[in-house]
Structures are given as C-alpha cells and as structure tokens.
Design a protein around this ligand. Structure first.
Ligand SMILES: Cc1ncc(COP(=O)(O)O)c(C=O)c1O
Length: 337
C-alpha cells in the first residue's frame, strides 16, 4: 500500500527510535523532564520567542492559544478553510467559548483589508473581536506558503486594532523549506505560534506552542486543565528533537515529490490540477468522479489518499515515500482513470 493520506503516517526512523530509547527522562508534571526542557528551549530559540510548551497535538496547541488569548464570547477571525474551523471537532466553541468569524480567502490567503473591514467597532451588543489566526502552510489551500509581506500587512492591522495574533504553523517547517524565509522571520509578527513535530518532520507525536513567558505560563495551566500534563515524556520529546535536528533538511525532497506527482496527475484527462500551484508537500486535485468512489478504486489498487470535498482529493508526500512510490502511484492512477 502506498499511503499518501497525510504526512502524519510516517514510522519513526532507526535513528529516532535510538534517540527515544536513550532519552533522559523525568516527571514533566513536576517540570523535571530534561529532554522536554531541551526541546522547548530549542524550539523557542528557533522561533525567536521567550518560551515554549510541548503538547500532545496540534489541536491542543491551537486550542490552548485560543483559550489564553480570549475570553468566552470573544470573536476570532480566521480563514474559512482553516484547520481550527474545520478539523478541531468544534473545540473553539466548546473549550474557549469563542465565536469564529471565518473569511473566505484565496487558497487560504486572506486579503489583509478584508480582515480590517470585518473587525467590529465595539458596540456592546457585538462579540468582542480579540484574535486573528493565520495558517502557514495552509492545508486546505493546498499547502500554500503564506506570503511574508501579506503576513506583515495583516500584523500591522492586528496591532492597530489592538488584537492578538496566532499562527497555526503545523507545517511552518515546510513554508521555510520552500521559501527560504526562516521560521523566526515568519514567527516574529505573531504573539503565539503552534508548530507540529508529527507532520513532515516525522516525529511520533507532538507539537510545540511558542510565545512570551507570560503567555506560556498561562498555556501551561490550561494544558493541565485539558488533561495534557505528561510524565516521563522525554521519550517522545527525544523523537521531536531528533526530527528537528536531523530530518528538517529532507522536506525539500517531499516538495519535489509532490511536484512530480502533480505533474503526473495533470496528464490524467479526468483530473484537474495546476502543477505550478504546488508549493510544498500537499497536492489537491479535482476530478469528475465522486471523490469517495475514486478513493475506493485507488484503495483496491494499493494507493491511499483522502477526500477534501465531493470532487476533491488530497495527496500528501512525506519521508516514507520516494521517487519509485510516486512512479507507481502515477502508473496505477493512469490505468484506473
Ligand atoms: C494545519 C493544521 N493544524 C493543526 C493540525 C492538528 O494537528 P494534530 O493532528 O496533531 O492535532 C493539523 C493536522 O493535520 C493541520 O494540518
């Protein structure tokens, strides 16, 4: 089976397993896990912020940020295809008690002026605008890299209107690998950033929430409240550290494979895709047939992808596939469709 459902399906590499086995550990609820501390300080430094918190998932990381930045009844402005809107089981309403004001962007990118014009002016009967969230790369937008100048223009508005600014950077590493802009440059205008270790980097689990010391102090309390206090979790932090130190460089290869896949898919008459739009490791394409029935056919032929709409499919490249896997996928799909 060639599994292109997500970059989360990778198995830990031999070096990662070794690092996990050798990890120095302690009880992290008592703040005594040395490997967690190293991971947190390395990620904080990499993103140019004061502090960081290791959490089990990207969802928890985003939700802690929402919880810290807002109060119940506040409004959060974000793109309508964003992960927080569509793939976090309604957590923003359930856990932070906020209202999501979603704006349709172009492949995930919102015109900063649109954000400006939807920030409410403060009548007491309106929800209180409090936070703007962006996503980089944008998953549903097709792995699009959020342009730095658009981020900076948005940041200016966010500051002028006295709001907080959060980045869902689950795949920020991919954005940096594709654009050459460092993670710290991307992170600079934000108050908080969530990055995932368990996506393209290939770690077994984990995300890191980054921000000021005061922000992380508050997030730490909510992590405990949400049941995210972990004990000898250095074993997992070691996987993240190994991924950051040794596997980040490999993302460029995932991007090249995605491009190759997209170019191949564009030769299948019943598929619609523009290979020039592929910037990172996510390949979205439309097809005439119902996505679900096409996916069943692919599965029987040994290829896994996921639906992203009634006639839209997403394929994601990752470190456990190579050139030969992509050749094989293209051969199968050309025969099937
Ligand atoms: C953009 C984005 N944010 C957040 C997440 C959530 O990460 P997790 O699955 O670790 O909760 C994902 C997961 O794929 C994602 O794509």
């Amino acid at each position: 089976m060639i599994d292109l459902r997500s970059d989360t399906v990778t198995k830990p590499s031999a070096g990662m397993r070794q690092a996990m086995m050798e990890a120095d550990v302690g009880d992290d609820v008592f703040g005594e896990d040395p490997t967690v501390k190293v991971l947190q300080s390395e990620v904080a430094e990499l993103l140019g912020k004061e502090a960081a918190l290791f959490v089990p998932s990207g969802v928890m990381s985003n939700q802690l940020a929402l919880r810290v930045h807002t109060s119940p009844g506040d409004e959060v402005i974000l793109e309508s295809g964003s992960h927080i809107v569509n793939h976090e089981s309604g957590a923003a309403g359930a856990l932070a008690g906020v209202q999501l004001h979603s704006i349709r962007g172009s492949r995930g990118i919102i015109d900063p002026e649109e954000i400006n014009s939807c920030i409410r002016t403060g009548y007491y009967w309106e929800p209180n605008p409090r936070l703007v969230c962006l996503e980089n790369t944008h998953n549903q937008g097709g792995g699009v890299v959020y342009p730095l100048d658009t981020i900076m223009e948005t940041a200016k508005i966010v500051r002028e209107r006295d709001l907080a600014f959060h980045l869902d950077g689950a795949r920020l590493w991919n954005a940096s690998a594709a654009s050459g802009v460092s993670e710290a440059e991307y992170a600079a205008p934000f108050d908080s950033i969530s990055v995932c270790l368990s996506k393209g980097l290939g770690a077994t689990i984990g995300s890191v929430l980054v921000g000021s010391s005061e922000f992380i102090f508050k997030a730490h309390r909510f992590r405990k409240m949400y049941g995210g206090g972990m004990r000898q979790v250095g074993i997992l932090a070691a996987a993240g550290l190994f991924a950051l130190r040794n596997q980040k460089e490999d993302l460029a290869n995932d991007h090249a494979l995605a491009k190759k896949l997209a170019e191949g898919l564009s030769t299948v008459a019943s598929f619609s895709i523009e290979p020039d739009q592929i910037e990172t490791n996510i390949v979205m394409f439309d097809l005439e047939e119902e996505a679900l029935s096409a996916l069943e056919k692919m599965k029987s032929a040994g290829v896994l992808m996921v639906p992203f709409g009634p006639h839209t499919i997403r394929a994601t490249t990752h470190r456990d596939v190579d050139d030969a896997s992509i050749d094989e996928v293209l051969k199968i799909l050309q025969e099937l469709f």
